[in-house]
Write a protein that binds this ligand. Structure first.
Ligand SMILES: NC(=O)c1ccc[n+]([C@@H]2O[C@H](COP(=O)([O-])OP(=O)(O)OC[C@H]3O[C@@H](n4cnc5c(N)ncnc54)[C@H](O)[C@@H]3O)[C@@H](O)[C@H]2O)c1
Length: 270
């Protein structure tokens, strides 16, 4: 169902790699709701992924940008305003990567240049994106900026590895920059803390199948899917959530406030 919630709104969507990506499904929903946008991803991901297909489907242009490069981001923001014909109303940061996770290095055996790279891509890039938008005065008043995060920022999930620390940093950046964006430009900044979701990044975490099933059994409403996340993001981009800012918003079917569920008790009572 479509409500035209984003009619006339313009933005940038980072992180659509393939049809499983949360950003991909969000781009489709934003399009359905009348929003127009530029799609962006790292140059290497664009070669591997299928972003052109999404661009065609949503009538969007694609601009490559490594989210750790200030130069790339500056070019992206300037070009996006030209292509879309004005300032932006929404930005989705849906970017994450840990080399330690990818290469199977334990949290207790980090290779620190990999750790640093992961922090730059997964967290500091959010600051860089916002600083670029802020300096170029690229956001319209009552615009909305959203990044995706995971509850490992608050609680330990051992195999989430250094991504847990990156997410804690990301959420802190949302609060800190949210203050300045709110005070100076009437723009809101939030993070959505999403349920485990079967995407390329998600499935890269060791033991993913186990913990997605566990989360499903622990959540009274069940895990939030990528499509649910897309709906929630649309609501945060819309005019219906104008005073929500500097929040980490749990979107997890109730997982984060559940100590134990009946199903999990029954499983261990066998
Ligand atoms: N899948 C899950 O279980 C889950 C749960 C909570 C939060 N998240 C978060 O959602 C976001 C999107 O991930 P996803 O699950 O859709 O996986 P995904 O693998 O589809 O998306 C990750 C994206 O990050 C992009 N990226 C990596 N390095 C980049 C760089 N240097 N510059 C620009 N882009 C770069 C990748 O190309 C890819 O498109 C991430 O922040 C992830 O941590 C995912």
């Amino acid at each position: 169902m479509s409500y035209n919630l984003l009619k006339g709104k313009r933005g940038i969507i980072f992180g659509a790699l393939d049809p499983n990506s949360i950003a991909w499904i969000t781009a489709e929903r934003v399009h359905e709701e009348g929003g127009t946008f530029v799609l962006s991803n790292a140059p290497i991901a664009m070669r591997m992924g299928q972003i052109d297909e999404l661009a065609k489907k949503t009538g969007s242009q694609v601009i490559a940008a490594d989210a750790t490069s200030e130069e790339d981001l500056e070019n992206l923001v300037k070009q996006s305003m030209e292509i879309l014909g004005g300032k932006l109303d929404f930005v989705l940061h849906s970017i994450g990567m840990s080399i330690n996770v990818r290469k199977g290095r334990a949290y207790t055996d980090q290779k620190y240049d990999w750790t640093q790279k992961g922090t730059d891509v997964s967290a500091m890039s959010f600051h860089k994106v916002m600083q670029t938008l802020y300096k170029h005065d690229a956001m319209n008043e009552w615009g909305s900026i959203v990044a995706l995060t995971y509850m490992a920022a608050q609680r330990v999930f051992p195999d989430y590895n250094d991504m847990a620390d990156n997410k804690a940093y990301l959420e802190s950046i949302a609060r800190s920059f949210g203050y300045f964006f709110g005070r100076d430009k009437n723009v809101r900044v939030n993070t959505i803390s999403q349920s485990p979701t079967p995407t390329t990044a998600g499935k890269g975490v060791k033991g993913f199948d186990g913990f997605i099933s566990y989360a499903e059994k622990m959540s009274p409403l069940g895990n939030a899917t990528a499509a649910d996340c897309a709906d929630y993001t649309v609501s945060l981009f819309s005019d219906l959530t104008r005073k929500v800012t500097m929040q980490n918003l749990f979107h997890d079917g109730g997982f984060s406030n559940t100590g134990v569920s009946q199903e999990v008790i029954e499983y261990f009572s066998k």
